[in-house]
Design a binder for this molecule. Structure first.
Ligand SMILES: NC(=O)c1ccc[n+]([C@@H]2O[C@H](COP(=O)([O-])OP(=O)(O)OC[C@H]3O[C@@H](n4cnc5c(N)ncnc54)[C@H](OP(=O)(O)O)[C@@H]3O)[C@@H](O)[C@H]2O)c1
Length: 263
C-alpha cells in the first residue's frame, strides 16, 4: 500500500481525496500498487515535512494556507514553483522531498481560447502567485488586490501593480479572479459589494478558485458575466499532480476518471 495525502486547514471540504482515490481504485492493476489518499488537517506549517516523512507518504498535495511553507521545506523544487515560491505537490524521490506547482497550468485549463488583455486578481496567497504567473505567461496585464498589506510585498517585488482592496481602482478588466477564501465557508465577498458591482459592470469573465457556487460568482452572474468555478482547475491540477505520483499511468485515463467522479 502506498499512502498519499493532502495537507491543509481547513481540509474537510477538499475533493482531492475523492479524485485521487477514484484513480487508485480504478487502475490498481495498471499502477502495479494499491494507493490510498487521505485528507490531513494541519495546524502548524512547521510540522508539514515532519508529518509527510513520519507517515511514510509517497506523495502529497499541499493546499491553503501552506503552499509557501511547502516551498521553503522542499529539498528540491522543480519548474515554475521555483519562480513563484509556492508548492502544491510533493513527491518523495530518492529520499528527497521534491516540490512542484500544478496550480499554474491547472488555472489556465478553462480559459483556453479566450482573449484576455487585463485581469484583476483578489487575494495574495499561494494560489494568487500561481494565478498571476499563469496569466502573465499568456501576456495578460495583471493587477492584484488584497484586504491586507503583508502578502502584497511579494507581488510588489515582482513589479505587479498592487492595491489594498479598499483602494482598488474601479477600471475595466476582462477577467476578475477570486483567489481569496471569502465564500469558502461563509457568504462573504472578497471586497466591498459596491466595488465588485462596478468591476463586474465593465468585465467579461469572473473566475472563482473555490469549487462551489459562491456569492462572488452569483453576483457576477447577475451582471451577465461568463463565470468559471474552481472545478476545472481542481481536476486539471489534480491530473498534473497524479502524473508526478505515478508517471507511468496515461494522463487521459486519469482525466476521464476524475471528470466522471466529479460529475
Ligand atoms: N480549484 C482549485 O484547484 C484550487 C487550487 C488552489 C486553491 N484553491 C482555493 O483558493 C483559495 C485560496 O487558496 P490559497 O492557498 O491562496 O490561500 P491562502 O494562501 O491562505 O490565501 C488566502 C487569501 O485570501 C484572503 N482572504 C481570506 N479571507 C478573506 C476575506 N474574508 N475577505 C477577503 N480576503 C480574504 C487572504 O487575505 P490576507 O492576506 O488579508 O489574509 C489571502 O490573500 C482557497 O479557497 C482554495 O481552496 C482552489
Amino acid at each position: 500500500m502506498r499512502l498519499y495525502a493532502v495537507f491543509g486547514n481547513p481540509i474537510a471540504h477538499s475533493k482531492s481525496p475523492l479524485l485521487h482515490n477514484a484513480v487508485f481504485g480504478h487502475y490498481e492493476k495498471e499502477l502495479g500498487f494499491k494507493g490510498e489518499y487521505r485528507p490531513i488537517l494541519l495546524e502548524n506549517p512547521a510540522e508539514l515535512k515532519h508529518r509527510f516523512l513520519e507517515l511514510g507518504l509517497y506523495g502529497a498535495n499541499i493546499t491553503t494556507p501552506f503552499k509557501e511553507a511547502a516551498f521553503s521545506l522542499s529539498d528540491k523544487v522543480e519548474g515554475l514553483a521555483q519562480e513563484i515560491q509556492a508548492v502544491n505537490t510533493w513527491v518523495l524521490r530518492e529520499g528527497l522531498v521534491v516540490g512542484y506547482n500544478t496550480d499554474i497550468e491547472g488555472f489556465l485549463a478553462p480559459l483556453k481560447g479566450l482573449k484576455l488583455a487585463r485581469a484583476l486578481v483578489f487575494g495574495a496567497g499561494g494560489s494568487a502567485r500561481a494565478v498571476v504567473c499563469a496569466l502573465q505567461s499568456r501576456g495578460v496585464e495583471v493587477v492584484v488586490c488584497n484586504r491586507s498589506a503583508e502578502k502584497l510585498a511579494y507581488f510588489r517585488a515582482q513589479n505587479v501593480p498592487c492595491f489594498l482592496s479598499k483602494d482598488c481602482p474601479s477600471a475595466a478588466y476582462d477577467l476578475i479572479v477570486n483567489t481569496t477564501t471569502a465564500g469558502l465557508k461563509d457568504n462573504s465577498l472578497p471586497c466591498e459589494k459596491s466595488l465588485l458591482k462596478a468591476l463586474f459592470r465593465q468585465a467579461k469573465y469572473a473566475y472563482d478558485l473555490i469549487y462551489h457556487q459562491t456569492p462572488f460568482l452569483s453576483l457576477a452572474q447577475e451582471h451577465n458575466l461568463q463565470t468559471f468555478d474552481g472545478k476545472a482547475m481542481l481536476i486539471a491540477q489534480a491530473v498534473l499532480s497524479f502524473a508526478q505520483f505515478a508517471p507511468h499511468l496515461n494522463s487521459s485515463l486519469v482525466l476521464k476518471t476524475m471528470q466522471e467522479t466529479l460529475a
